[in-house]
Design a protein around this ligand. Structure first.
Ligand SMILES: Nc1ncnc2c1ncn2[C@@H]1O[C@H](COP(=O)(O)OP(=O)(O)OP(=O)(O)O)[C@@H](O)[C@H]1O
Ligand SMILES: [Mg+2]
Length: 276
């Protein structure tokens, strides 16, 4: 069973997903990322439409995570472009992509294991006054207020993600599924327009998977655009409006869930490679 939505959603809503926040449209055109002779992403074009949930599927090694890394600014592109609401983000470093409203989670969660769940989630915003050295001397009141607001926001998001019972535990001591939710919570701190999730369901127990699905649906209702990599077909088929299929660095099919699974090249790609 999925946990129920927090009471009075409108009360928690605006601070998790700003009221009237703009929807994000992500467009990749001819994206290339090579590793030596390996064209891991080989001219990929697709659009994640604003307010939609787009799935990105394909066999192991298809280039899905590499494409995420290229979009999120971890890798410089070897070709092509990426636009967020018409603004070119393809040449920006990760923190600038993040501040444009695109957040992502990692295939393998990367929490700060020695920090609590609350500290992990609070650690995110980069524009805190307290981090600017002079502010702590000149405007200590501002620093204290921002710290308090940051903590309140982190706790609301933690509650939204169903993590309140473990918020004081070390992030290294909670389950892999809970760590995925910590990643989601950290991404939400930035109030993104577009959220990229890399295998949010991998290694997650069914009850926690229900919670993750529930939260994605709720955030999408509030206008958040999703691009989700996942091998769990039930998850993808039930959640996504549109699916992009990759194999050997290229897009081999796209369309509605029903359309793509019926296509012979998709069946062939999956039969030809082991799917986790
Ligand atoms: N940092 C790297 N250095 C060199 N080669 C890499 C690197 N990252 C990925 N690759 C290669 O790029 C190709 C695509 O890998 P990628 O991890 O993007 O696939 P994937 O579709 O995410 O697969 P999976 O479903 O198993 O996570 C593979 O051939 C992989 O070996
Ligand atoms: Mg991957």
């Amino acid at each position: 069973m999925s946990e129920s939505l927090p009471p009075g959603d409108s009360a928690t809503g605006p601070s998790i997903r700003s009221e009237g926040a703009r929807r994000g449209r992500l467009e990749a055109a001819g994206v290339v990322k090579t590793f030596g002779a390996n064209r891991a992403v080989d001219g990929v074009s697709f659009t994640a439409e604003a307010g939609r949930i787009t799935g990105l599927i394909g066999p192991n090694g298809a280039g899905k995570t590499t494409l995420f890394n290229a979009i999120a600014g971890e890798y410089a592109l070897d070709g092509g472009s990426v636009q967020l609401d018409g603004t070119e983000i393809g040449s920006l470093p990760p923190y600038r992509v993040f501040s444009h409203g695109l957040a992502r989670t990692f295939q393998i969660p990367r929490p700060f294991a020695g920090m609590t769940v609350l500290e992990n989630v609070m650690f995110v915003p980069e524009r805190q006054a307290g981090e600017r050295f002079w502010n702590s001397w000149i405007r200590p009141g501002t620093v204290a207020r921002e710290e308090r607001q940051n903590r309140e926001r982190a706790r609301e998001i933690i509650e939204f993600c169903g993590l309140s019972p473990v918020e004081r535990q070390l992030a290294g001591s909670i389950s892999g599924g809970q760590q995925k939710l910590v990643e989601l919570a950290r991404a939400l701190m930035a109030d993104p327009k577009v959220l990229l999730l890399d295998e949010p369901g991998a290694g997650v127990n069914p009850a926690l998977l229900d919670t993750i699905v529930d939260r994605i649906v709720e955030l999408n209702k509030r206008g958040l655009t999703f691009l989700i990599i996942e091998h769990n077909m039930d998850f993808i088929m039930s959640l996504c409006d549109h699916i992009v299929v990759m194999a050997t660095g290229r897009v081999i099919a796209e369309g509605t869930p029903k359309e793509v699974i019926a296509q012979p090249q998709v069946i062939e790609a999956y039969l030809g490679g082991a799917v986790a």
